[in-house]
Every structure is written in structure tokens, then in C-alpha cells.
Design a protein around this ligand. Structure first.
Ligand code: SER
Length: 361
């Protein structure tokens, strides 16, 4: 099934296209609107998701397709219809959901990524130009053995502690390696190989908080869930201990970092995978700011041992020196300004019945 905002390709010549998978998800929402408003865009935007897109998301792409990234026939069809120049592969099953169905998570997260990388490489072969590929990786690729090691670790660098405890983390690490393989070594021994068919770029995101959308199936979800519950006037029971600390950023920072990395000249990039860091609050820091903004909020803590163990294996903070030096990454927020300048002003339009008591956190 597909939907179009512009005429479908005539079949005589393929339109240059940017493909976004998982377009209906939290990041897809923000990324499509950023891509759509890019000045001087020379390619049509294709959105792919397993579910029909909401009209406000569909407004930010030329053509949308409902389908599965594991469906080879659908990907072949896209390949026949368009000259894909860039792929943003956002579709994934997150860390909490993945622990209930690890093999399915592997099929979607690794199988799907392999299909998209193969599509990118075949596109490069057919039009003779490297295809740019963005892969959102995650702090879930890290695995600290216990809480004492996590607290002692400090800012964790990209090459440290890559021993994930979740299937999602294993899948993201596998995706990073597959991307590096397709970028640098694909079909090493084939006579007709083309060198560097894929320009693979990846960011290991922390937990992401959006004022507009809610995450689902992740383990960092307690941050956004706490604030959305308070804004909606609902009580919230947090599934991790108050002292739990992992890195977070706002959705606009996540989108900005993606756009910056993708527009950086290739010659400045020394890595394929980068940490980005913004702020690293404890769950209690979140609760304090939420209570300050919504005095009627009711927040309690009832740790779930399984989900807590996942959070305890993720670093407290990450070293993002390479991103800062090589492509100009700069965080925009502290936790306080994320509340005062982004979350509180925007979230009230989603829940107009509950107004924050104060716009400053
Ligand atoms: N937000 C993701 C999760 O919790 C981590 O990247 O699964």
C-alpha cells in the first residue's frame, strides 16, 4: 500500500530519492520534518513504516509505503522505481520489547539492517554513486558488568565496554559492524566489486525525550513517561530506582546531530560510529523537575528488577569528543533548559487541560 503527495515516477527515469524507514516512529516524526524543510533538496522523500502514517507525518514526505523492512519484494520494488541516494534506517524493535522476543528482535533489527545495506550497495552499483546511510545506534551497545563498574567508568568512549546485556544492544552493535563492512569491505573477493558502495554514518543515541511523541518498548522510557504522565494529569510509577543515571537528550538535539553528521564532509570523519552527549540526570532529578513544574503530579518508584538491570548496565555518561571535533556536535541543553526551553512550552499544547505551574524549571 502506498500514498503520494507528488506524481508517481513515470517509469522512464528514476527519481533520486531519500528513503526513511521506521518513518512513523518517534525519530521519524522529527527527521521527516527536518528533511522536508531542507533548502535546496534535490531528491524526493520516501517514507516506509509497518503502519499507515499519521496525516501530519505523511505531509512531510513525497510518497509513503506501508510495509516491512524484511519484505525483499517491497525493497526490490523501491529499487526499481527510485534511484535511492540516501537512507535513514530508523526502524527497530527497542530494548525492553526485544527481551520478550529476542529472535524476532534479531530478525527485525539485524535482518532488516542487512536488507537495507544490501539495497544501498545494489543502488550504488546501479547508479554508480555511493549511497549515504544513517544508522541510529544506541548506548545499549555498552554493557558494564555491575553498578560499581558503571559508577567508576566515567565518560565511556566508543571503543570501551562494548559487551551489551540486551538483544537490542547486540543487534545495534551488529548493525554498526555490518555498516562498516558494507562501507569498507563489501564483496572483498568479487571481481566486479565496487569500492565503498555505502557511506555509513552512525550515532549512538542516549535516551531521547520528545515533547510531541511518546516512546514505546524502550528501557529509557521512564524519563519521557514521567513528564508526559504529569502533563496529562496522570500518576506515574517509575520502574527504576531514583538514583538510576543514564544519558538523555531532547528530540531536537537528536535530529540536529543526525543532520549535522549526514552533512559533514566525508574527509573530516575518522570513525563510522560516534557518541553524542547532552545531559545525564538521575531518575530522581527528572522527578524533582517534573514535581516543580506540575505541583499536582504523583510520582512513585517501584523498580522492576529486570529493567533496572538493563539501566545499570548502561553508562552514566559518554565521551563525545570525536563528534565535537570531527563534525561540530554541540549539545543545546542541560536538563534544566530542556524542561524550561523545550519540554514545558511544547508539552502543554499536547495536553491543554493541564498547564505547568511554572515555565521555568
Ligand atoms: N531508548 C532505547 C531503549 O531504551 C535506547 O537506545 O531501548
Amino acid at each position: 500500500m502506498s500514498h503520494s503527495n507528488s506524481p508517481p515516477p513515470t517509469g522512464q527515469q528514476r527519481d533520486a530519492a531519500i528513503l526513511v524507514t521506521g518513518a512513523g516512529g518517534e525519530m521519524g516524526h522529527g527527521l521527516l520534518s527536518a528533511l522536508w524543510s531542507t533548502q535546496g533538496r534535490r531528491a524526493v522523500i520516501l517514507a516506509l513504516d509497518v503502519r499507515e502514517l499519521a496525516p501530519e507525518i505523511r505531509a512531510h514526505c513525497d510518497h509513503s509505503f506501508v510495509g516491512d523492512i524484511c519484505d525483499h519484494a517491497l525493497l526490490e520494488r523501491l529499487l526499481a522505481m527510485y534511484e535511492i541516494t540516501e537512507i535513514y534506517h530508523l526502524a527497530a524493535l527497542l530494548s525492553t520489547r526485544g527481551e520478550f522476543a529476542p529472535e524476532t528482535a534479531h530478525q527485525v533489527n539485524v535482518g532488516g539492517t542487512l536488507n537495507l545495506l544490501h539495497l544501498a550497495a545494489e543502488q550504488a552499483r546501479s547508479h554508480g554513486r555511493t549511497v549515504k546511510f544513517f544508522f541510529p545506534s544506541s548506548i545499549a551497545v555498552y554493557g558494564l558488568p555491575d553498578l560499581a563498574s558503571k559508577r567508576a567508568a566515567g565518560d565511556v568512549g566508543e571503543d570501551q565496554h562494548c559487551e551489551p546485556h540486551t538483544m537490542y544492544g547486540c543487534n545495534k552493535l551488529a548493525g554498526e559492524h555490518l555498516g562498516r563492512y558494507y562501507a569498507q569491505h563489501y564483496r572483498k573477493l568479487a571481481k566486479d566489486r565496487i569500492a565503498h558502495p555505502v557511506d555509513f554514518r552512525s550515532i549512538r543515541f542516549p535516551g531521547i525525550i520528545s515533547a510531541e511523541t511518546m516512546p514505546s518498548g524502550g528501557t529509557s522510557d521512564y524519563g519521557p513517561e514521567m513528564i508526559h504522565a504529569a502533563a496529562a494529569g496522570r500518576a506515574y510509577c517509575c520502574f527504576v530506582r531514583p538514583d538510576s543515571r543514564i544519558p538523555f537528550m531532547t528530540m531536537p538535539e537528536a535530529i540536529d546531530s543526525t543532520m549535522r553528521l549526514m552533512s559533514a564532509p566525508k574527509s573530516t570523519l575518522r570513525r563510522t560510529v560516534y557518541n553524542v552527549a547532552s545531559f545525564s540526570p538521575s531518575a530522581d532529578d527528572f522527578a524533582t523537575l517534573v514535581r516543580r513544574a506540575f505541583s499536582a503530579s504523583q510520582i512513585s518508584f517501584e523498580p522492576d528488577l529486570g529493567r533496572q538491570s538493563i539501566i545499570d548496565s548502561w553508562p552514566e555518561s559518554c565521551d563525545d569528543a570525536a563528534a565535537r571535533a570531527q563534525w561540530g556536535w554541540v549539545p543545546q541543553h542541560t536538563l534544566a533548559t530542556a524542561f524550561s526551553d523545550y519540554l514545558l512550552p511544547r508539552i502543554s499544547s499536547r495536553y491543554p487541560q493541564t498547564k505547568p505551574d511554572a515555565q521555568t524549571a
